[in-house]
Design a binder for this molecule. Structure first.
Ligand code: ADP
Ligand code: ZN
Length: 711
């Protein structure tokens, strides 16, 4: 056999070896993903094999050899290693940074029970040939089961001699595991759900098509049931399935659905709130092979499934699929690569496709299937738009009279209402801690309220005029820098409701009140059992709920981020409003109220009329016209230290590189407010801005390829 070299990523954090080190494979039978011990300086460290190649004769220097192969099963499969390498390349990070998401933190030795392959002497009349064979048999007769290394050490026999004895039935090969048995993946027969004819058709079409499928199904069309059917088919054929959800806490009902499909010991739930210990335990359980279905948030994608047959991404357009730390991967893109490597089927489900997926569906790169009717043929709700700029609020801001009336009507009819708040609650005022004055709007002389845009950047909004302003560094009245966000926020909303509807039973749901799946379950139960009348929740919490008694859904202020110069703002609002319309009238006719400062915005008008496809086409046209993704690629370079100075240098470097390498890339840079002062972003936008990265000085720079948030 040809001599081989391998690249090993070690657990050592020493700088300079983030791309791995090359070792001589020696006689070891290594695979991609193998867990090994290698010498590093004068220590032994553990590592993962990420590349194996035939040795180049040209390599003159002496390579150190891999010391030991640990366990008999690689920690990662070949497909997973290939995906890891793709991540490093696409997201411009080191192999070690990419590896971080695939394995629990080191030491890795505890991840796999030490499995030894041992040889056992069999009763046999076959004659022994030669003294080496004789010696092996004597050794085994004397000492019992031994590994190949032990036999070789004791007798000096070659691997070939041992193998020959095994082939002739004189020795048998046994697997010994330190603890527990490896669970085989059985063909699990599950009772498939009963689908409607349309759901059935869609499922079959996806089953037949090898391309990633975009399942474009309106809210309440039964996408979950379709997933269940696909999972049943996959698991029934002895393969494993994975379901990614945007946020595990908020998908309680969805998880319940799958708990009834498969026995609990066949399901693993993976999410970022697991403690390191739980994460390890779950990883080991999955690696052993008995898990048929992994459900989890984006990081579940990296679960060690060896026979992946189906990967579903629910609500594929959600922003939570983008990792905002290094590696800055997007779960959808990475899943696509993993499926390419494993041959698994990829299904992307959504009521509001991302522009990225929509463009691919239109170019037939994705297979497009639709569910255009709600289950049970329930009609979509009627949507009313309230222009906030026209309303005289008095002390009831942000409740408009039509909204108050609609809530009152539900209370009379004993139906339920869901009210959407902005992501972090309704804005509060900016108060100066020194002169005790609130920052006021010059146009109305009323206090500004503080909001956060899509990028998390705070800004001031005058609700009477719609005027916006940046957050000042100093108090405009006294010059103090001690400006503080105060105010009622959600409490104010609750107060107004309590004052206006003293008899109403109010339930609140935001990420502060819901920190555990159990609390979510309780909330759903309270609503289903009609022990609450009004559910007041932040958008991210209430957007996916399936509550049959809800006949009114309203968003108090729809305009988060609307007027920010952010190319994804429209898409985001549209998604929010569509989710809003999806909450109402799931079992009987319902209404929706959108309160907004921008009633004419296309995303508001299209959402109100349930015209998703037209919105997508219009938006895609705009993106192409102005050269935004998905018609181009974007890379964000984030500078935190010495930011302005570095940003200027990078900006020039990027423009020069674009010019020299004939790349059409536009470069822009701008400051952004970050938690630790001002950071600078340099944005590269063009056909292939990645091509410029090798020519830039990126030390200390965070590279975010395909950013979600940008100025
Ligand atoms: P989506 O995920 O598309 O918004 P869901 O999967 O939550 O829709 O389905 C909406 C409602 O309709 C759920 O209560 C679900 O149980 C019900 N439903 C959908 N399809 C079926 C089906 N084939 N059989 C029984 N109930 C269904
Ligand atoms: Zn002041």
């Amino acid at each position: 056999m040809a001599k081989t070299h391998c690249t090993v990523l070690t657990a050592s954090r020493s700088p300079g070896i983030a791309e791995g080190l090359t070792y001589d494979t020696g006689a070891l039978n290594l695979a991609l993903g193998s867990h090994v011990h290698v010498p590093l300086r004068n220590r032994t460290v553990e590592g993962i094999v990420v590349e194996i190649e035939e040795a180049h004769k040209a390599k003159a220097y002496e390579l150190k050899a891999v010391e030991k192969l640990l366990g008999d099963a690689p920690l990662l499969t070949q497909a997973q290693i290939s995906t890891l390498r793709w991540m490093a390349k696409h997201y411009a990070c080191s192999l070690r940074q990419a590896l971080k998401v695939w394995l629990p933190s080191p030491p890795w030795s505890a991840l796999v029970p030490d499995i030894r392959t041992v040889y056992r002497l069999q009763e046999s009349n076959a004659p022994l040939r030669g003294s080496k064979q004789q010696a092996i048999v004597e050794e085994l007769a004397h000492r019992g089961d031994l590994t190949r290394e032990e036999i070789r050490e004791a007798t000096g026999a070659s691997s070939a001699t041992i193998k020959a004895l095994a082939e002739r039935g004189i020795l048998s090969v046994m697997q010994e595991e330190a603890e527990g048995e490896r669970q085989p993946l059985l063909h699990i027969d599950i009772e498939a759900p009963k689908l409607t004819p349309t759901q059935q058709q869609v499922t079959q079409a996806m089953h037949k098509d090898k391309r990633p499928s975009l399942l474009f199904g309106i809210t309440s069309s039964g996408k979950t049931e379709v997933y269940a059917q696909l999972i049943a088919q996959c698991v029934g054929s002895g393969k494993q399935a994975m379901l990614l959800v945007p946020e595990i806490l908020l998908t309680e009902h969805c998880i319940e659905r799958f708990r009834s499909l498969l026995p609990p010991e066949r399901i693993a739930i993976v999410h970022s709130r697991l403690t390191p210990k739980e994460r390890r335990a779950t990883w080991v359980r999955i690696h052993r092979g008995g898990i048929a279905l992994v459900i989890g948030s984006r990081s579940a994608l990296f679960s060690p499934l060896k026979h992946l047959g189906l990967l579903i991404i629910d609500e594929e357009h959600e922003w939570t699929y983008k990792n905002e730390q290094t590696p800055h991967y997007h779960a959808r893109e990475t899943a696509q690569e993993l499926c390419r490597q494993t041959g698994a089927k990829l299904v992307l489900g959504t009521a509001t496709p991302s522009l990225e997926s929509w463009a691919r569906a239109k170019s037939a790169e994705y297979h497009l299937v639709r569910l255009e009717e709600r289950y049970g043929s329930h009609p979509l709700p009627h949507v009313q738009i309230v222009d906030l700029a026209q309303v005289k609020f008095g002390s009831l801001y942000p409740f408009s009279p039509p909204l108050l009336e609609a809530i009152e009507e539900r209370l009379k009819r004993e139906e339920q209402s869901v009210l959407f708040l902005n992501r972090r609650g309704i804005a509060s005022a900016l108060l100066c801690l020194d002169c005790r004055r609130r920052v006021v709007s010059p146009s109305s002389n009323l206090p500004f309220t503080l909001h956060r845009g899509a990028g998390g950047t705070p800004y001031l909004l005058d609700h009477t005029s719609g005027m916006q302003a940046d957050v000042p560094a100093q108090c405009p009245a006294c010059g103090s820098v001690r400006l503080h966000a105060v105010g009622a926020g959600t409490q104010r909303i609750e107060e107004i409701l309590a004052r206006r509807f003293p008899m109403a039973r109010l339930l609140r749901a935001d990420s502060d009140t819901l920190t555990h799946p159990e609390q979510m379950r309780l909330l759903l139960k309270t609503m289903r059992e009609r022990r609450a009348d009004i559910l007041l929740g932040t958008q991210s919490v209430v957007k996916g709920l399936d509550l049959p008694q809800v006949t009114l859904a309203a968003v108090l202020i729809a305009d988060i981020g609307l007027s920010l110069p952010h190319f994804r703002a429209g898409e985001r609002i549209f998604d929010l409003l569509t989710q809003l319309t999806g909450r109402s009238g799931r079992a009987k006719p319902g209404d929706v109220i959108i309160q907004t400062f921008r009633p004419q915005a296309p995303e508001v008008r299209y959402a109100a009329q349930h015209r998703t496809e037209e919105f997508l086409n219009e938006e895609l046209k705009l993106r192409m016209q102005f050269g935004y993704p998905p018609s181009t690629q974007m890379i964000r370079l984030i500078l935190r230290r010495d930011a302005l100075h570095r940003a200027r240098i990078l900006h020039v470097q990027a423009e020069t590189a674009a010019h020299e390498h004939r790349q059409t890339v536009s470069v822009t840079s701008a400051p952004v407010l970050a938690s630790a002062g001002v950071a600078w972003h340099v944005l590269l936008k063009g056909d292939n801005p990645s091509a410029l990265l090798p020519y830039l000085d990126l030390s200390d720079v965070v590279v975010d390829v395909d950013p979600m948030e940008c100025i």
